[in-house]
Design a protein around this ligand. Structure first.
Ligand SMILES: Nc1ncnc2c1ncn2[C@@H]1O[C@H](COP(=O)(O)OP(=O)(O)O)[C@@H](O)[C@H]1O
Ligand SMILES: [Mg+2]
Length: 322
């Protein structure tokens, strides 16, 4: 594991964004800078952290962690479903096959939890018992495991929009997805989640919930795009402390975005208004958790590349520059 000093030293080199003018059509997502070329998409994972649908902070090494962890999972799930990956030319970059995205985000939840207004726990507490077409029994406690993982799909909102949770029947009726594609995505998503839970469990980690995005490639096949089982798209808890904390009603040991979300909410920030200034030690601790997630899940040491990432990325992308 990198030392706290190494992590702190990288704060000045955080990758805010890129602005290549000769790399293709640029699209700036919340976390990734996308450059679209004929048949492919260059995804540069920056160090931006998004929460509450806004960019909140820059976290050192975050882009590299996400890219490396996605790589681990893409390689460990390709027997279940193909993915968009063509090449990893840089620690922050993946080149993917350009796909036609399916307009649904596949959220899978193994436990009832969360703090935001879209979370299953928030809704359950408010009395909701039918959640995106799933019936939730009486008497569930926060962080309790569901009998079976549930699918709670959302629409894919465009730039700046908020996703909307809907039952599958409604997604189909409103034309977001066909019945045939839904059935395939449902089956694949549950298989991916089962694999994720199985691999994580061997490492003493619980994959709590996650979100997948799919697209169709040139051949019309459904493939996994974007990212998979990262601390941005997923919640992870530690198995060793789960039961005790669950029984005591305490917050779980999480290794995901929840740390910064909780810190922000303690400062009174719930998504609207000015973002509180985030001190360096909070950024370092956030980074430490991202790195810890990588190391615990993969069982490998995180080889973070230190220094200014921009010139390195430019050099590594040379063959894609026209
Ligand atoms: N292979 C692909 N083909 C087409 N679109 C993709 C592919 N991989 C990822 N995307 C899209 O690229 C964007 C990645 O950038 P990101 O920062 O995650 O954006 P967002 O703010 O929309 O989440 C997402 O909109 C994602 O759906
Ligand atoms: Mg995204």
């Amino acid at each position: 594991m990198l030392t706290k000093e190494q992590i702190a030293g990288q704060i000045k080199h955080c990758l805010t964004g890129t602005n290549f003018t000769n790399l293709g059509k640029r699209y700036e997502g919340k976390v990734r800078d996308n450059y679209i070329q004929e048949g492919r998409r260059i995804l540069i994972t920056t160090d931006r952290l998004s929460a509450f649908d806004r960019v909140i902070a820059l976290i050192p090494f975050k882009g590299q962690v996400l890219n490396a962890l996605s790589r681990f999972w893409f390689e460990n799930t390709k027997d279940i479903v193909g993915n968009h990956v063509l090449e990893y030319p840089d620690p922050n970059v993946v080149v993917g096959e350009e796909c036609a995205p399916l307009a649904v985000e596949m959220v899978v939840r193994g436990y009832i939890t969360g703090s935001t207004t879209t979370s299953a726990w928030y809704n359950y507490q408010k009395g909701v018992r039918s959640f995106c077409g799933n019936f939730l029994p009486e008497g569930l406690k926060k962080d309790q495991k569901f009998d079976h993982p549930i699918l709670t799909p959302t629409t894919k909102a465009g730039h700046g929009g908020h996703d909307e949770s809907l039952a599958p029947e409604e997604l189909i009726k409103r034309g977001h997805i066909t019945k045939e594609d839904w059935d395939k995505l449902a089956e694949i998503s549950l298989k991916l989640f089962a694999r994720g839970q199985e691999v994580a469990a061997k490492q003493g980690i619980i994959l709590v919930d996650t979100k997948y995005e799919f697209g169709k490639n040139k051949k019309g096949e459904i493939v996994l795009i974007d990212e998979i089982h990262t601390p941005d798209s997923s919640r992870f808890w530690k198995t060793a402390t789960y039961q005790e904390k669950f029984e005591k009603g305490e917050d779980q040991d999480n290794i995901n975005k929840e740390y910064l979300r909780l810190w922000l909410s303690e400062k009174g920030f719930l998504g609207d208004g000015e973002i509180p200034a985030i001190p360096d030690d909070v950024k370092v601790e956030t980074a430490r958790r991202y790195i810890e997630a990588y190391e615990l899940i993969t069982g490998q040491t995180f080889e973070g590349t230190e220094g200014d990432p921009l010139p390195r990325i430019e050099a590594n992308l040379k063959k894609y520059i026209s």
